[in-house]
Design a binder for this molecule. Structure first.
Ligand code: ANZ
Ligand code: ZN
Length: 855
């Protein structure tokens, strides 16, 4: 078929989408001998807006999915909606609609937009987490967890958002404020449901080290910190007046015990509550502390203040030393025992506190070789040897810890203990638009699980949002039920699950979203674990940790056999754009800004505009570009090509008109390339190695096929694009005169169409049709690479860090340092060897060795 002169994506993209859909080319393949690969992108919240971050995320997954299909894999590539959550309720309040109406309308809209980009999703696998067909199963999981002791209810201190009227997880409190409402949070004591993630603390930590080797190092570090394992000691301090049981304390520094100058308890400690009964000042102090919320960050940055109680405690190893007891705002009730001994010389918080209340500061650790030490503004946190510590003097910190624990043990006052920072996951939310927690509260039987045959507990539809608070709680009938045990009058739990509950297992449900069982075991085990998960770095801790926990809990309740959900993780950077401000300091949208005749930037009405730096696209700064607008103006392929070619996925991507333009022009060049080659490539496929120009083109063609096939699965999409451009440049300058040259050209054109197919998926189909290709290009196998043509150009390069071999990479013999360095830095072993150090020097001997010098 002779190609028309110009490519018109706006016409051909929708027609290819229809053709794909009609032929069902993206339907998940039936089991076969081919290896499986599960490509997963983080499911969107159906806000109604598809933004550039989505487009980037889904494009990366789509390129991988399409590439792997062409490379002999059975691929699962699904999409769905994380559909419960607050914005739907807020929209319901604002627009007087029902959250379901709003949510489903947004889903329909966003699905349509995704379809217009031509993603290779199997829409038969679609899941919306707000559908009872979905959430009924998580209700049954919850009952299993309950039975297994992995879910429980307890009275606990929570962050209360007074604007959204809900409890927030610590992670949802940012700088002491609710992450959505921005309101200052308060601390309140409430009955809450918890999932016992702490049961898996050690296993979660071990797997970070041993199993998650294909995760970004930064995310592994964040997970380790969040789990926060520490080794220390548990000990008890007796009250001097013997008025109550000894006070338990947790410390990570038992070696500093002789430097103790006070003891402090949390404002939420039971002893504080008891003392407050007869102490008005303390009552007021406790109330003030509660305004800080429960987030550690806020507590850490606040001034350290306290209230002195009349009580005193005895030093556990010398009863003649008496320490005053304070209630201090920086002691958390749910870490350790909620009580500490303060050693101001070696802890910044204790030092700030001691200075304020003129408490003794006794240094008990000094740097090696220093005998006397005074502490001024800063505590001494370094290593050294013990001083002022009686017969422990001279011991190192590590020896001191051991000796202290032995002494405490001998005195019957303590022992070693391991602690985790990780807290159990509070899942109760006082909201309507969430999955109802399937339990019933009976005045005589207590908490009774809803029997499984009565699931799902569905949300009532007739609710209104006229008053703040939880509509489930004030619904006239919904919560009133008979107790399943004694048939007496009882009430339903009116809390719903945190929406992280839904996103912890959706990828299992995708494998068979319509089964009436919670999971279709065969399909779940066929596809899981997910081979590659792609999403935003903002989920590095919470979502990923909760999902990891959920998989272990499902394993232990007999639902699945594996222990980790995501083999490889890719976190993509942000999409940024320049910002614009007019003369009045108001932000302007990019499309409102134009260049005047004399080259100055201004608004359409002529007021001058200043250009600010490129920042994450956000509505508040108006520096957004809607994917929809780009797709309607240039087509989806252009947008995708630009996103892929500019920066590596983990880095930020600056969206520019010039970049989009460049991508658009390149599409046109590819079109002309094939169009002009058309009359030349109708002959035979006979190659002739003695034809030098033909051989050179063939070498470049096979090299490109080989390298791009390495680049795509390693997410070096930008390098893949650069290589394809290099090949197309060579084709443009190629004069096909002899039959062998024509055969080489034919092979190259064919290769280019395959190479671009995962990225410029519509254009590739049109070009494939033009060269009389059979079927759809997206279903063709990747061309076979003739390694003989590649071999003499590709070498295995040894990568060293400080002279020690840490890995190898395959690269072109004449690859530049700029080419090999990024690939070397991506090797996990190299990253580990460099970790924390600075790269000082790079020594590169092409074809042989790359040595990275780090210090
Ligand atoms: C005495 C001491 C001396 C401490 C010293 C530190 C330095 P990590 O390492 O983060 O686990 N701590 C214990 N429970 C606490 C609570 N509920 N709220 C606030 N702080 C608490 O921190 C453990 C250290 O944090 C413990 O070791 C304790 O102070 C404090 F030179 O005990 B340390
Ligand atoms: Zn009952």
């Amino acid at each position: 078929m002779q190609l028309p002169e110009r490519y018109n994506p706006l016409e051909s993209e929708p027609s290819w989408q229809k053709a794909w859909e009609k032929a069902g080319v993206f339907n998940t393949p039936a089991p076969s001998a081919r290896p499986k690969y599960y490509v997963l992108e983080m499911l969107p919240y159906p806000s109604g807006k598809l933004h550039m971050g989505h487009l980037r995320n889904y494009t990366l997954g789509d390129v991988l999915a399409r590439f792997l299909t062409m490379n002999g894999h059975d691929v699962l590539h699904p999409m769905g909606w994380d559909a419960f959550g607050l914005p739907a309720e807020n929209a319901a309040i604002q627009n007087k609609t029902h959250p379901a109406t709003w949510t489903y309308a947004n889903i329909a809209d966003m699905r349509q937009k995704l379809k217009e980009i031509g993603f290779s999703y199997d829409w038969n696998k679609e899941v919306a987490t707000c559908s009872p067909d979905y959430y009924r199963h998580e209700q049954s999981f919850f009952l299993d967890f309950l039975e297994k002791g992995l879910a429980y209810k307890k009275e606990s201190w929570v962050n209360w958002d007074p604007v959204d009227n809900t409890v927030l997880a610590n992670e949802q409190v940012v700088d002491g404020r609710g992450w959505r409402s921005g309101a200052v949070v308060e601390r309140r004591l409430m009955n809450q449901w918890f999932l016992k993630i702490t049961h898996y603390a050690q296993e979660l930590l071990d797997a970070v080290d041993n199993d998650l080797t294909d995760w970004p190092e930064s995310v592994r570090t964040m997970q380790r910190r969040w789990i926060g394992r520490s080794e220390g000691a548990h000990m008890t301090f007796e009250f001097t007046d013997g008025s109550r049981a000894p006070l338990p304390i947790y410390t990570t520094r038992p070696d500093t015990l002789w430097g103790a100058s006070f003891v402090a308890i949390s404002p939420d400690h039971p002893i504080a509550a008891e003392l407050a009964k007869s102490d008005e000042k303390l009552t007021a102090f406790i109330a003030e502390c509660r305004q800080l919320g429960t987030a550690e960050e806020a507590i850490d940055t606040a001034e350290k203040v306290g209230h002195k109680t009349p009580l005193k405690l005895k030093h556990p190893l010398d009863a003649s030393i008496e320490l005053p007891l304070y209630v201090a705002n920086y002691i958390l009730m749910d870490y350790g025992t909620g009580a500490i001994f303060g050693c101001p010389a070696h802890d910044a918080r204790d030092l700030e506190f001691a200075r304020r209340y003129s408490l003794p500061v006794i240094p008990v650790v000094a740097p090696e070789g220093v005998a006397e030490m005074t502490i001024n503004e800063d505590p001494f946190l370094g290593a050294g040897r013990l001083i002022n510590s009686r017969d422990w003097n001279g011991l190192t910190v590590e020896e001191g810890k051991k000796t202290a624990i032995a002494a405490l043990k001998k005195a019957g006052r303590g022992e070693s203990q391991i602690n985790f920072r990780l807290r159990d996951w509070g899942v109760s939310r006082q909201r309507y638009w969430g999955c109802p927690i399937p339990v019933i509260n009976c005045p005589s039987c207590g908490t009774v699980p809803v029997p499984k045959n009565q699931l799902p507990v569905t949300l009532p539809e007739d609710v209104n949002f006229d008053t703040p608070g939880n509509p489930l709680d004030r619904h006239p009938t919904w919560k009133h039920v008979d107790c399943p045990k004694c048939s007496g009058k009882a009430t339903r739990e009116t809390d719903t699950f945190d929406t992280f509950f839904e996103s912890s297992w959706y990828f299992l449900r995708y494998t068979d979203p319509s089964t009436s069982e919670p999971l279709n075991k065969k399909e779940v085990e066929r596809w899981n674990p997910v081979d590659c998960y792609i999403g935003g770095i903002e989920h590095a801790v919470l979502h990923l940790l909760y999902a990891r926990f959920f998989i272990k809990a499902l394993r232990d309740t007999g639902h699945i056999s594996f222990s980790e959900p995501f083999k490889k993780l890719v976190t993509q950077g942000m999409v940024t754009h320049e910002t614009y401000k007019d003369a009045n300091g108001q932000w302007c949208y990019p499309e409102e800004v134009v260049k005047s005749a004399d080259g100055k930037w201004q608004t359409e009405s002529g007021t001058p505009v200043t250009i600010g730096r490129s920042e994450k696209m956000s509505k508040s700064k108006k520096n957004t570009v809607e994917p929809d607008r780009i797709v309607k103006a240039y087509g989806a392929d252009t947008a995708r090509l630009f996103m892929l070619s500019d920066s590596p996925p983990e880095r930020d991507l600056e969206w520019t008109e010039a970049g989009v333009d460049g991508a658009w022009r390149y599409m046109g060049r590819l079109w002309r390339l094939v169009r002009e080659a058309q009359p030349l490539i109708t002959g035979s496929d006979a190659h002739d190695a003695s034809d030098a120009p033909a051989l050179a083109l063939r070498k470049l063609t096979h090299k490109t096929l080989h390298q791009v096939a390495q680049d795509i699965p390693a997410f070096r999409m930008n390098r893949a694009v650069a290589r394809i451009r290099e090949l197309s440049n060579a084709i443009e300058g190629f004069k096909a005169e002899t039959p062998a040259q024509k055969a080489a050209l034919k092979e190259s054109i064919n290769a280019v169409i395959h190479l671009i197919a995962p990225m410029m998926h519509h254009l590739a189909e049109s070009l494939w049709q033009a060269v009389d290709g059979k079927g759809f290009i997206c279903q063709q196998p990747w061309p076979t690479v003739d390694m003989a043509l590649v071999a003499d150009d590709v070498v295995t390069l040894a990568v060293q860090v400080n002279g020690k071999l840490r890995g190898t990479i395959e690269c072109a013999k004449d690859a530049s340092e700029a080419d090999v360095k990024p690939a070397a830095l991506e090797l996990a072993d190299v990253q580990r060897a460099i970790d924390g150090k600075q790269l000082r020097k790079v020594i590169y001997v092409p074809g042989r060795i790359l040595n990275l010098v780090a210090a």
